[in-house]
Design a protein around this ligand. Structure first.
Ligand SMILES: Cc1ncc(COP(=O)(O)O)c(C=O)c1O
Length: 412
């Protein structure tokens, strides 16, 4: 079993395979039902098996999906994405987030005629050799044209730009720090603005990777609220509510370069996922799904804080409440995190001990209250076992997931 959906680095009682999913719930092969706070690692935004999204998918499937060329639905989808994302003048579609981030750096290199990419240490941008968090199977050459800086650290970003000199093609940034194993952090507005200025001063492109956070924190690109407009942004995961499609969108400045690079895939033009995306974006534009997941996230955050405090447990909840990460104080080996997550799964709530989670619009206040009740029981168990928590054997090799050999590094 491979990649982020392997349970190899999760507590032993986490199921690896699932039978079905509906709304906010997933069922494993033994019939165990879980409130799913991972939402398929993001793709489930409106609820599994969403009626109108899936109907749009099936309707398109019946008239034509993977054909010798695209359906006209591709143009409709491009128009709806460009209407939604304020910096976007055009859109191109692919399948996975990694396709979109790879296409973004190729576009930036084609646009500038330069090679160097600056990105933040520990930030995930996909699994291709240029960005894979694990060096195994990749070469130093695969990452040769990259410099890593520290997210939210202006001095480190400036030093990286200086190191790149006249060879800077792009700064690639996550909308906020959503790395694994560490607290999430909102973007420092000064850092985001400085990234934009440095790109303007050097002629490089600014890329924001919205693959994980897109549509879950805003109905536009995430930095629009900071008045920072990227040249390119990458989208994926939930833009078709679970159907396979991702996108690169960009401003006119990058249009010719994006049109000039050779990128493709056998299934990139498949129309059914595009129809699902058109319907998802319609719901995004016209419903209160975002406010709902924010309210549900706030309710969960408040309830968990109260429950943890009542058991004298120090839980840190970071990130937007609809994309929370839970870590425990004084838990460097994640013994508390693993024990508590295991207790949660036993109580029917699928949480994650070191990755951010996701809420979806199919969740109800009753679901959140059930999760808080489960958490109360799990905190109680944690308190009772606090002296005897087993070591986490799964994380003997955490370096497998923590970033290694990312490129040249700027230390401050
Ligand atoms: C921020 C970010 N970028 C890119 C990717 C890669 O997306 P995919 O797994 O669809 O290739 C991910 C996936 O988790 C991601 O979180």
């Amino acid at each position: 079993m491979y990649g982020h959906q392997s349970t190899r680095l999760l507590p032993d009682d986490f199921p690896q395979f699932f039978e079905r999913a509906k709304g906010a719930y997933i069922w494993d092969l033994s019939g165990g039902r879980y409130l799913d706070l991972m939402c398929a690692y993001g793709p489930n935004l409106l609820g599994y098996g969403h009626e109108t999204v899936d109907r749009a998918y099936i309707r398109q499937l019946e008239s034509g999906d993977t054909m010798t060329g695209p359906s006209k639905i591709m143009v409709e989808l491009a128009e709806s994405l460009v209407e939604l994302v304020s910096h976007a003048d055009w859109a191109m579609f692919c399948k996975n987030g990694t396709d979109a981030t790879t296409m973004a750096i190729m576009t930036a290199r084609a646009c500038t005629g330069r090679s160097m990419i600056i990105r933040a240490k520990g930030a995930y941008h996909g699994a291709a050799p240029w960005c894979n968090p694990n060096i195994l199977g990749a070469t130093a050459g695969d990452r040769a044209d990259q410099i890593v800086c520290n997210y939210n650290d202006v001095a480190s970003l400036e030093a990286a730009v200086e190191l790149a000199g006249r060879n800077l093609a792009a700064i690639l940034a996550a909308p906020f720090r959503h790395d694994v194993f560490v607290d999430q952090a909102p973007p420092n507005p000064t850092y985001a603005k400085r990234a934009r200025e440095l790109c303007d001063e050097t002629g490089a492109l600014l890329i924001v990777d919205e693959v994980r956070a897109g549509l879950r924190v805003a109905r536009d690109s995430s930095w629009a609220s900071l008045r920072v407009s990227p040249d390119l942004s990458c989208w994926g995961k939930c833009i078709a509510n679970g159907h396979p499609i991702s996108a690169l969108v960009g401003s006119d400045k990058a249009r010719e370069a994006a049109a000039s690079i050779y990128v493709t895939g056998s299934f990139w033009f498949s129309a059914a996922a595009m129809a699902a995306s058109v319907e998802t974006l319609r719901i995004v534009r016209t419903s209160d799904y975002l406010e709902r997941i924010q309210d549900l996230g706030d309710r969960l955050r408040r309830g968990l804080n109260a429950a943890a405090t009542s058991h004298n447990i120090r839980l840190r909840q970071t990130g937007p409440s609809q994309m929370p990460l839970f870590l425990f104080d004084d838990d460097p080996e994640l013994r508390q995190g693993f024990f508590w997550s295991s207790q949660m799964i036993q109580r029917g709530v699928y949480v994650h001990p070191w990755h951010n989670m996701f809420l979806c619009a199919a969740m109800t206040e009753a679901d959140i209250d059930m999760a808080i009740d489960a958490a109360d029981g799990a905190f109680n168990a944690l308190r009772l076992h606090s002296g005897v928590l087993p070591a986490v054997k799964q994380l003997k090799r955490p370096s497998e997931l923590r970033s290694t050999s990312e490129g040249k590094s700027v230390e401050h």
